[in-house]
Design a protein around this ligand. Structure first.
Ligand SMILES: [Zn+2]
Ligand SMILES: [Zn+2]
Length: 245
């Protein structure tokens, strides 16, 4: 859930003139406008179809459709496999608005192939499936040997570790409080300590903890991760800016 004055998952990556978002959860759109005009956003990539990771695509659609003055082409929107059908089914209640298809008017929709690299701007994306309650993908963006890897939502997973290997910045979820167990033992999230373990296993240069509980303090999160991972650790927050490379 969004905390007071905070958005759900969304990460804006600016690489030169190229700007794209990884995930676009509740509150993302208002936040991202501080840094990039939505007309200049070059792409959005969605890791998985949980509402906290994509719901602000709807206000973004309205902005592109009705507010946009300068955008000459539709916004490339990369969904996980099966994501387009789900988004269409959810937005079907808006059918009849605008002159054409509710989504196609604003977005150039595609589904990424998790098994293949996806060229994006001057760089590329790679993907790895995660351990979550629905199909979800960790995402690595890299250009000229510099990389950012985003865990999306996941329990500890060797495939995510492999994707993150040697990355400059590992943005890893830390949903569970220390000692918290998941319902019925079915895993779908990690603790800060487990995020630290994945960061250590992947030998990443820097760890940023994100997607954490509203009941976790910054100290709890750093303590959990630093018990295993000995590199630099930060805790993500809205409007937190990081330089990479
Ligand atoms: Zn999720
Ligand atoms: Zn989530």
């Amino acid at each position: 859930m969004p905390r007071i004055d905070r958005a759900c998952s969304a990460y804006l990556i600016e690489d030169g003139d190229f700007a794209f978002a990884l995930d676009f959860g509740t509150g993302a759109f208002a936040n991202i406008r501080r840094y990039v005009d939505y007309d200049k956003l070059d792409a959005v990539v969605i890791s998985h179809m949980h509402a906290d990771h994509f719901l602000d695509l709807i206000p973004l659609r309205y902005a592109i459709r009705y507010g946009s003055k300068r955008r000459s082409k539709r916004l490339p929107l990369w969904m996980p496999p099966g994501g387009i059908d789900m988004l269409r089914s959810m937005t079907s209640v808006f059918a009849g608005e605008g002159n054409g298809d509710f989504l196609d008017e604003a977005f150039d929709l595609g589904e990424f192939d998790p098994a293949a690299p996806l060229p994006l701007g001057a760089g590329r994306l790679r993907f790895a499936p995660t351990t979550h309650f629905i199909t979800s993908f960790a995402i690595r963006y890299e250009r000229n040997g510099t990389s950012i890897t985003y865990s999306a939502d996941t329990a500890p997973d060797a495939r995510v570790v492999e994707l993150a290997r040697g990355t400059d910045l590992f943005l890893c979820e830390a949903t569970l409080l220390a000692g918290e167990e998941e319902h019925g033992g079915i895993r779908g999230h990690s603790s800060a300590k487990e995020a630290g373990q994945m960061a250590a296993d992947a030998d990443v240069a820097r760890l940023v903890l994100t997607h954490y509980s509203q009941d976790a303090t910054t100290q709890d999160l750093v303590d959990g991760a630093s018990s295993i991972y000995k590199g630099e650790i930060a805790v993500a927050d809205d409007h937190h800016i990081l330089d990479v490379g």
